[in-house]
Design a protein around this ligand. Structure first.
Ligand SMILES: Cc1cc2nc3c(=O)[nH]c(=O)nc-3n(C[C@H](O)[C@H](O)[C@H](O)COP(=O)(O)O)c2cc1C
Length: 185
């Protein structure tokens, strides 16, 4: 088991998954870490939707792709999968009537990414959940799932196991990321 600091420093997004599915047991551990994220006034404003059925994930992938800006899409292969073939999809929504909903949901997503990494499971935050659930189709889905219309999309997480040949892009941390104010004031 890696230390927390090691996990936080070594987690990298995975953008090429094999077909191996995350087990229910592992998924539960990750979701337990997710629901323990802090939230403003402990409102627990997010809603965490979990999918493991391949055919359904593929439909969500197509839907996500439809929100890509045209100028980005035209430079991607026609069969581009925004979920990178991942076998588990988590969609994080949050209740917009709660002042801190975006922050709350972002911390949930962060916990998912880091918990997965600590277990040797690959993950990536995927964008465009806001656009999805602001759309008419998204609002219809909320109705079908008996969820309040106050939920907005914040992000997706794809989970799974990286392809053998997958190498995350090398990450350079900006030199001026941290500013020590004591030295300036
Ligand atoms: C808010 C947010 C949205 C992101 N959306 C996408 C996305 O739509 N597709 C994607 O491939 N990666 C997405 N990423 C992953 C970033 O590309 C990745 O975190 C970044 O390149 C840094 O790499 P690392 O996660 O390996 O440290 C997103 C990350 C964040 C935090």
């Amino acid at each position: 088991m890696q230390s927390t600091i090691e996990v936080l420093k070594t987690r990298r997004s995975v953008k090429k998954f094999n077909d191996k599915r995350v087990s229910k047991e592992d998924l539960e551990v990750i979701l337990d870490a997710a629901v323990n994220a802090p939230s403003g006034m402990n409102a627990q404003s997010p809603k965490i939707l979990v999918l493991q059925r391949k055919a359904i994930i593929e439909r969500f992938s197509e839907w996500n792709k439809s929100f890509y800006p045209k100028e980005v899409l035209k430079n991607l292969p026609e069969d581009f999968d925004p979920f990178y073939g991942a076998s588990t999809l988590i969609i994080v929504l949050a209740d917009k009537t709660i002042h801190t909903h975006v922050e709350d949901a972002s911390l949930v997503i962060g916990n998912i990414l880091n918990a997965a990494s600590s277990m040797g499971i690959g993950s990536c935050w995927i964008h465009r959940a806001k656009e999805e659930f602001d759309s008419l189709q998204g609002k219809e889905l909320l109705k079908v799932w008996n969820l309040s219309e106050n939920y907005v999309g914040v992000g997706h997480v794809v989970l799974g196991y990286p392809e053998d040949d997958y190498k995350p892009t090398e990450k350079h941390i900006k030199e001026d990321y941290v500013v020590y104010l004591d030295e300036l004031i």
